[in-house]
Design a protein around this ligand. Structure first.
Ligand code: SF4
Length: 649
């Protein structure tokens, strides 16, 4: 019988056990996460308390030569959304699977900052230990945060790293100071064991690093070994089988299929560039969210003017160094022909972190943003969330809603889009300097001494905005955008101009929705969002990189059947599991709640206008109740789609 192998560890005592779930009951790490969180009833638990179990797993195809099959998946109750969240990190399974299991379940809390070390041998899990760091974690972080901590762990366990080449996952300073800390996979040279700076893979969204470090006292995980999943299931390594699945289901050789479907991420000949950064600026142009989404208020001509400056000062430097040069392309750590990671000066360049701390924060000179992304990576924060903080504070200070000194700033930012387009270097330099102050204060000092920044560090964006709204004449919530959950939860959006990212879905801040820049009647939109949710669930649950979804979604049913021997209707399964997530959010009192900020409503109204749905746009602008109507009809339809099974969850 094929099983999904799980190490359950109580880090307060170091005790652990191996649990094997029949494949068929658990199809992957998201299933496991849901199962565990129901068993532990974590909806009763503060997200920062030890009872908020952290599940970190790989997909059941790890060990196979299938491309993209080594993603790590964290499932936890998010300190931001306050409901279940699923956050993924690239490539870690390639090293981590050697630990002898597919997943780790972390319960309890270590008494002091500690490291979880898991070693596997040919027979399975050999040793699981919880070791106190033994020294002040802040001293270890020093100036280089996650890199210093990873270097420290490698130095402390040099023999283990030399022989087993394990994965090293760490939580950085931001996990201790904010609710948005990431789990960061740090790469190192396999021969010299030197840490490679500037190139990390991150499970960032929703704050999994914060849960790992603050709820459980674990600041690092070292996991690897010599166990091979294919020793249990030889079909995993059967290339002929993979080839025959591809040919029979998709009618094409596997390699050709993968190459075609991952073109955007490697190099798109039609656009002359590659990777999410390279392609998105060319493809979306003025639809890219800029200036904290204030760009949605600009006329087309003004947006295009700004976009032209972005193309020149932000996109072009990337394009010249990495856009067309395969020597600057890397994988996330597993063999993959997509080579989607593009490096500029050693820094990995992806669209969302760069847009968040770039045009979204009114910084459109590439090098300025690159240095800020480096800072965010070192601190181990979700750079998208950090971009929302920066953009919001800069805009509040620029518009005089707060005084710059309330955020420890010494001058007003440059927030005028025309000025930004006309004086990109001057404006970007000023804003980048201020952004650095904001980030350093929040990420390294928890915002102490800077009232607005301290609120953000402690309560997140929504909590800070609500608190400030009671004190200020102007409602500061009008200058930001988020999806609200229950009374306190929220999630900032991935950076696209679409209603799908603020629509009332149960897991947001990722692509479990229809995220096209489009508009539809709410019922129709809900159906398309639900369709994508089911597909994305299956991709994450199989432990695959979503950049491979183009071919994976075609083959996945046959892959489970032929390779794993699981003959189950996957879409039905995903629907049932999503219904359980929806029910969880109700139990956690963190269901999607109405749009709380004017800009969130306006984001929807403006894309309606942009795409020719003028009646909806006019209604929404005239009367917030029209936006509420769209929101409620969307939710009613989504709940109808999942509702029957939600009763059974
Ligand atoms: S597409 Fe990129 S992130 Fe995905 S598996 Fe390939 S290299 Fe890794």
């Amino acid at each position: 019988m094929q099983t999904y192998r799980v190490i359950e560890v109580d880090v307060s005592t170091g005790s652990w056990r191996l649990v094997e779930h029949p494949l068929g009951e658990i199809l992957g790490p998201v299933d496991l996460g849901i199962e565990v969180h129901y068993r532990d009833e974590t909806w009763r638990c503060d997200p920062l308390a030890p009872c908020n179990t952290l599940v970190l797993g790989l997909g059941p195809f790890t060990g196979s030569p299938l491309f993209g099959s080594n993603r790590g998946v964290a499932v936890f109750r998010s300190p931001l959304s306050r409901t279940l969240h699923v956050s993924t990190v690239g490539g870690i399974g390639y090293k981590m699977r050697g630990m002898g299991a597919h997943a780790i379940v972390i319960r309890g809390a270590a008494k002091e900052p500690s490291v979880l070390i898991i070693e596997g041998d040919e027979t399975g899990v050999k040793r699981v230990t919880v070791e106190a760091l033994g020294t002040d974690v802040w001293r270890v972080y020093g100036k280089c945060g996650v890199y210093s901590l990873a270097g420290h762990l490698i130095a402390e366990h040099r023999d283990l790293f030399k022989t087993l080449k394990p994965v090293v996952l760490v939580a950085g300073p931001a996990s201790l100071t904010t609710r948005a800390g990431a789990i960061v996979a740090v790469h190192y040279d396999p021969v010299t064991l030197e840490v490679i700076r500037g190139f990390v893979d991150v499970a960032g969204r929703g704050g999994p690093g914060t849960v790992m470090a603050r709820a459980h006292g674990i600041v690092g995980i070292v996991a690897g070994g010599t166990w091979r999943p294919e020793s249990i299931n030889p079909r995993l390594s059967n290339r002929k089988l993979i080839e025959s699945i591809a040919r029979s289901v998709a009618g094409e050789p596997y390699g050709k299929l993968v190459t075609e479907k991952t073109r955007k991420y490697r190099f798109d000949e039609r656009l002359g560039t590659g990777g999410t950064f390279g392609v998105n600026y060319v493809h979306y142009r003025d639809l890219i969210p800029m200036l904290g989404y204030a760009s949605v208020y600009l006329e087309k001509v003004a947006r295009l003017k700004l976009y032209e400056a972005v193309a020149e000062y932000f996109w072009k430097p990337f394009q010249e160094e990495a856009g067309t040069n395969p020597k600057k392309w890397r994988t996330c750590g597993e063999p993959c022909p997509a080579n989607c990671k593009k490096l500029v000066k050693g820094t990995k360049v992806d669209y969302e972190p760069f847009n968040a701390l770039g045009p979204f924060s009114a910084i459109i000179v590439f090098e300025e943003t690159r240095r800020l992304v480096e800072l965010a990576d070192e601190a181990g924060v979700d750079a998208i969330e950090a971009g929302y903080w920066v953009a919001w504070v800069l805009e509040l200070a620029a518009r005089g809603v707060i005084e710059p000194r309330d955020a420890c700033l010494d001058e007003r930012p440059c927030w005028d889009p025309i000025l930004l387009a006309e004086k990109p270097r001057e404006c970007s330099a000023r804003n980048a300097r201020l952004a650095r102050i904001i980030l350093e204060k929040i990420l390294h000092e928890g915002g102490r001494g800077c009232p607005v920044l301290q609120l953000i560090a402690e309560r997140g964006l929504r909590g800070a905005a609500r608190e400030l709204a009671e004190r200020l004449d102007t409602d500061p919530r009008s200058y930001t955008v988020y999806a609200a959950f229950g009374e306190e939860g929220y999630m900032t959006l991935n950076l696209y101009w679409t209603p799908g990212l603020v629509a009332p879905v149960y897991v947001t801040g990722k692509y479990w929705t229809n995220y096209s820049p489009t508009f539809m009647e709410p019922e129709e939109f809900a159906k398309t969002a639900y369709e994508r949710i089911i597909n994305e669930y299956l991709v994450d649950n199989a432990g695959f990189c979503r950049f491979h979804r183009g071919w994976l979604e075609k083959l996945i049913q046959a892959m489970y059947r032929e390779i794993l021997g699981v003959d189950k209707n996957l879409r039905e399964h995903a629907r049932r599991m999503y219904a359980r997530i929806a029910l969880y959010s109700r139990l956690a009192k963190a269901e999607p709640s109405h749009w709380e900020t004017a800009r969130t409503r306006d984001l929807v109204a403006t894309i309606a206008a942009e795409t020719g749905h003028t009646q909806w746009a006019e209604r929404m602008v005239k009367d917030p109740r029209a936006a509420l109507d769209w929101w409620e009809r969307f939710k009613r339809e989504l709940d109808k789609q999942i509702g029957v099974m939600q009763q059974d969850a």
